[in-house]
Design a binder for this molecule. Structure first.
Ligand SMILES: NC(=O)c1ccc[n+]([C@@H]2O[C@H](COP(=O)([O-])OP(=O)(O)OC[C@H]3O[C@@H](n4cnc5c(N)ncnc54)[C@H](O)[C@@H]3O)[C@@H](O)[C@H]2O)c1
Ligand SMILES: [Zn+2]
Length: 540
């Protein structure tokens, strides 16, 4: 269950009544933020506004919300303007979830009534009141959109209609582990748990994607077989939706195959209101995401990753793409999903090699961002290999947090986000020279990290001991040490050429992400061709 539960919404939307009801149902303390402020200031809210002005009130409100956020397990009804202050939104998100209560304008108008004491509405005739409500709702929409989800309080007794809806949503939101904040201020949730797929309908309903939108489930041929029961369940819970099955494998990630999906959608008359639910690894995730970004100029898209790599990497961050003969992921877009749902139970059918591929990307997060996490991985490597649930949950969660933090600071890859490419320049070259057939992406990246680590040692950026620590952890996670060991022969010249078409390598200058120590990397163009090729020998 989330720590604190905050309610926002228009006046008369029911946030106070429902807040109290939920608090008593969950046996939690209830706090009304306005009452809290008035109590502290020893004046009514109207008096604060009249005597000290709105700016002072907002200051007191920020203070109050900060204090309330430190309490554990409280249900809070917020004043109408609280979420117009971005600082408050951060405090709220860091300490719990935000629910927006909503009702149709006509219903709000009736509830508010003529003889009310609300300063903004007092004395207005019903028509004027409705007009005012509509214009205020339009102004506030961008703030209400900041809520984790919305609940309708339109009709019926809240005990029977509203409370069960909230309780149903909380069953999923208790698995909320991170949110990816976008430059617009909006964010999308990442859920991690075991057997949480069954909550898919609740998720879509709360995101207003169901039943309004027609759902299409995208997957690949392996998953359609090995996860058949879950696929059926997803389709059933999304209104007996259809599924589209790509042939499994990186080779599907191309225009011609994607075109089959576009054609299928057009022939089946999917509209702009459709939603793609991707239930697969990173390949279909990238393709379905690109299809969602482009189909009729953009439709909704939800990620349900099934591979470890997709859970910790490709499903978070909004990069979607297909490959081109000239290079990997060359044609694509930045297009964010509405939510990411990681059900660790589906990893049961994931082939071992694919599990290792995901672990390589997880080691990457330790190297680029978080030395403590790296150490944790070293200490808990055995539990991870044995797929201990708590260990898996922690590493997926921490990886998603790190990725969301990096993406949140650099949604469109203008700077910081480049660090996520650690190991990738070399990894992509390895994938390319082996025609994308020999290694799954994560394994190639693991080998690429060995090259990058060696390059850092050669160029005096970090020590040989640090390189060893990285390599030992990769070896513990059964990432191959060399290409020869995998029966791959390669020429350094071919590697150098393969790296040139990597889209991250500028035509003239080649950039590398190299560690300075565990937990810190830099982007640099300093290494010479000789140094780079020397480093590459580490994996030949
Ligand atoms: N968009 C991004 O930010 C980003 C980041 C990293 C990687 N990627 C892309 O992701 C792709 C790699 O992703 P991937 O490793 O998930 O590849 P993938 O989708 O091909 O999945 C790997 C293999 O595992 C199978 N599989 C997946 N989940 C399974 C399950 N639960 N049970 C049984 N089999 C299962 C798949 O059918 C496939 O054969 C690459 O194309 C890469 O470019 C994108
Ligand atoms: Zn990757």
């Amino acid at each position: 269950m989330p720590d604190n539960i905050y309610f926002t919404g228009f006046m008369a939307s029911g946030k106070t009544r429902i807040g109290k009801l939920l608090a008593s149902h969950l046996k939690r303390h209830y706090v009304d933020s306005d009452a809290y402020i008035a109590d502290r200031a020893k004046k009514s809210i109207t008096e604060i506004f009249e005597q000290d002005g709105e700016a002072k009130f907002r200051e007191l409100e920020k203070e109050a919300i900060r204090e309330i956020s430190k309490k554990k397990n409280v249900v809070v009804s917020l004043g109408g303007g609280a979420i117009t202050q971005s600082e408050n939104v951060h405090v709220i998100r860091d300490s719990g979830i935000l629910i927006c209560m909503r009702a149709e304008p006509e219903i709000l108008c009736e509830r508010i009534g003529r003889n009310n004491s609300r300063p903004l509405m007092a004395g207005l005739e019903p028509e004027e009141r409705l007009e005012k409500i509509n214009s205020m709702l339009a102004d506030r929409e961008k703030y209400y959109a900041l809520a984790d989800f919305r609940i309708d309080s339109n009709e019926g007794p809240p005990e029977e209609r509203v409370l069960p809806q909230i309780m149903e949503a909380l069953k999923l939101w208790e698995h909320l582990v991170a949110r990816v904040e976008l430059s617009s201020g909006a964010c999308y949730p990442i859920f991690i748990g075991k057997n949480i797929l069954k909550h898919v309908q609740v998720l879509l309903k709360k995101l207003k994607l169901f039943p309004q939108n027609e759902i299409l489930v995208c997957t690949d041929s392996n998953i359609a077989k090995k996860q058949n029961d879950n696929l059926k369940m997803l389709r059933k819970k999304t209104g007996d939706s259809k599924s589209f099955v790509f042939p499994a494998g990186e080779n599907s990630k191309q225009l011609e195959v994607l075109n089959r999906l576009w054609t299928f959608m057009l022939k089946n008359r999917y509209s702009r209101k459709s939603c793609l639910l991707q239930f697969s690894g990173g390949v279909v995730g990238d393709m379905a995401g690109f299809a969602a970004a482009t189909y009729q100029r953009g439709i909704s898209f939800v990620q349900i990753p099934t591979s470890l790599l997709a859970m910790v990497d490709s499903s978070v961050g909004g990069k979607v793409a297909i490959n081109h003969t000239e290079g990997k992921n060359m044609i694509g877009a930045f297009y964010q999903p509405k939510a990411v749902m990681c059900d660790l139970a589906v990893l049961k059918t994931l082939p071992k090699e694919e599990f290792r591929a995901g672990l390589a990307e997880i080691v990457k997060y330790g190297i680029i961002y978080d030395a403590e996490f790296f150490q944790w991985l070293e200490k808990n490597a055995n539990a991870i290999i044995e797929k201990d649930f708590a260990a898996l949950k922690y590493i997926v969660k921490r990886s998603c947090e790190i990725k969301s933090a990096v993406v949140g600071e650099d949604e469109f890859e203008l700077g910081l986000r480049a660090i996520l490419n650690y190991g990738h320049t070399f990894g992509h070259a390895i994938e390319k020279i082996t025609d994308y057939k020999k290694f799954s992406h994560g394994i190639a990246v693991g080998l690429g990290m060995r090259v990058a680590g060696r390059l850092s040692t050669i160029t005096g950026r970090w020590s040989a001991e640090e390189e060893n620590r990285q390599n030992e952890l990769l070896t513990k996670f059964r990432i191959p040490k060399t290409l020869t060991q995998c029966k791959v022969e390669c020429q350094l010249k071919a590697v150098w050429n393969a790296m040139a078409s990597d889209k991250k390598a500028d035509k003239k200058t080649r950039f590398y992400i190299l560690p300075l120590k565990i937990g810190v990397v830099e982007k640099t163009s300093a290494p010479t061709k000789e140094q780079v090729l020397e480093a590459f020998k580490a994996v030949i």
